[in-house]
Design a protein around this ligand. Structure first.
Ligand code: GLA
Length: 388
């Protein structure tokens, strides 16, 4: 088994100690941040995520008796043993529902996965809105794909992992996080049309342009499984029904005023306005990146935050404070990223001013009496892969 800085050798060794023989291989799947395009993926819209250097590693060996044995270095407790074919929809299975759900989704799609021993270790912060769940699903699905010679394309693995999360974990998420973890590439953001699942890798060489993207994890926990995310989704579907379109994606920016005038409920109007303007912001950022005008995306990111705060109402005091303090300290733009209700924000800044911006955010948190945030750099990294 190859060693190295990627942690594969350590995870393989831990597997051997746990299960008594070496794994067949080691795989990695990253967490993500989303540059722009929030709460658009379940409206058939556009997203623009990038993979983080933080990954979930899985050492895996095939079994032939239909059993899945799961162990995580990051969870207190021993090996969980279960049969994925006996999983009940609806979730409630704790952390093991993510990998087990991924295997079950492969089985549901007719793929012969006859069981596995799995040991997991992750550097993706959990509960931070950085898609640790998707990383866990995707690393499991990719390992099974390789070990059982399934030949499922990555975009399809992402779909199966979303199904796992919807059905077997019980979170009604969209397709962004799983696709980001499965399909992102180094030094790129991934433009994804979530209706047609068309993808484009867009060059995003921040370091080369003297820029830095900071991630500020507010360390305030969000609970995606709880009602707010599902309620946002339901309200968007209600809006689309009222407007007579399959999804809010079908409202073009120049049709927004007319659409808003046709809606009675102020809350539905606000949600619709966010989704329509957010889709337009994704396309605007894409255009700027294509023209090499990376600095000019800053104000678009900040406008996206205002829309999430005021129209979609999924921000919170800590996220708002990151954006206000970072921008006041000279950042080019910032916004919450992911589902919201806590979690993380991203900040685009000049490389030269990055430390000052980070310090300003930390000072603002201290002055407000918030817990110190965790700040790190988002280097656009590779998607899921086999390490050994
Ligand atoms: C969570 C979900 C995604 C997406 C974002 C909001 O991360 O898992 O599918 O809806 O929230 O953009």
């Amino acid at each position: 088994m190859a060693g190295g800085a990627d942690g594969a050798a350590e995870v393989a060794e831990a597997f051997r100690e746990l299960y008594g023989s070496p794994p067949d291989g080691v795989w990695a799947a990253p967490g993500r941040v989303n540059l722009i395009g929030e709460h658009t993926d379940y409206n058939d819209g556009f997203v623009l995520p990038l993979a983080l250097p933080h990954t979930t590693l899985a050492a895996v060996a095939r079994r032939s008796d239909g059993v899945l044995r799961l162990h995580s270095a990051d969870v207190v407790g021993g090996v969980v043993e279960l049969r994925p074919d006996a999983l009940e929809p609806g979730g409630g299975g704790g952390w093991s529902a993510y990998p087990a759900g991924a295997v079950r989704a492969l089985l549901d799609a007719g793929h012969a996965v006859t069981g596995a021993d799995i040991h997991i270790a992750s550097t993706v912060p959990t509960g931070a809105g950085l898609s640790s769940s998707a990383a866990l699903e995707v690393v499991t699905a990719l390992a099974c794909n390789d070990l059982f010679g399934l030949d499922v394309p990555r975009w399809q693995l992402a779909r199966l992992c979303r199904r796992a999360e919807n059905l077997y974990v019980g979170v009604p998420c969209g397709i962004m996080d799983q696709t980001a973890s499965a399909c992102c590439t180094e030094s790129h953001v991934l433009h994804l049309d979530t209706r047609h699942l068309a993808q484009r890798q867009v060059p995003f060489d921040l370091a080369g342009e003297g820029l830095r993207l900071l991630v500020v994890d507010t360390r305030v926990q969000h609970e995606l499984g709880e009602g707010a995310y599902a309620r946002r989704r339901a309200t968007c579907e209600e809006g689309a029904r009222a407007l007579g379109v399959p999804a809010l994606r079908d409202i073009a920016p120049d049709g927004l005023e007319k659409a808003l005038a046709a809606l009675d409920e102020p809350v539905v109007r606000r949600r619709v306005r966010h989704v329509v303007t957010e889709n337009a912001r994704v396309e605007q950022v894409l255009g700027l990146l294509d023209r090499g005008e990376t600095r000019a995306i800053g104000p678009v990111l900040t406008a996206g935050h205002a829309s999430l705060r005021d129209d979609f109402e999924v921000s919170g005091p800590e996220l708002d404070l990151v954006v206000a303090s970072a921008n006041a300290a000279g950042a080019l733009g910032s916004r919450m990223t992911g589902g919201g209700f806590g979690g993380s924000a991203i900040v685009l800044t000049e490389e030269a001013g990055a430390d000052m911006v980070a310090m300003a955010v930390r000072d603002a948190f201290a002055a407000a009496g918030h817990r110190a945030p965790r700040v790190f750099t988002a280097v656009p990294s590779a998607g899921a892969r086999r390490l050994a």
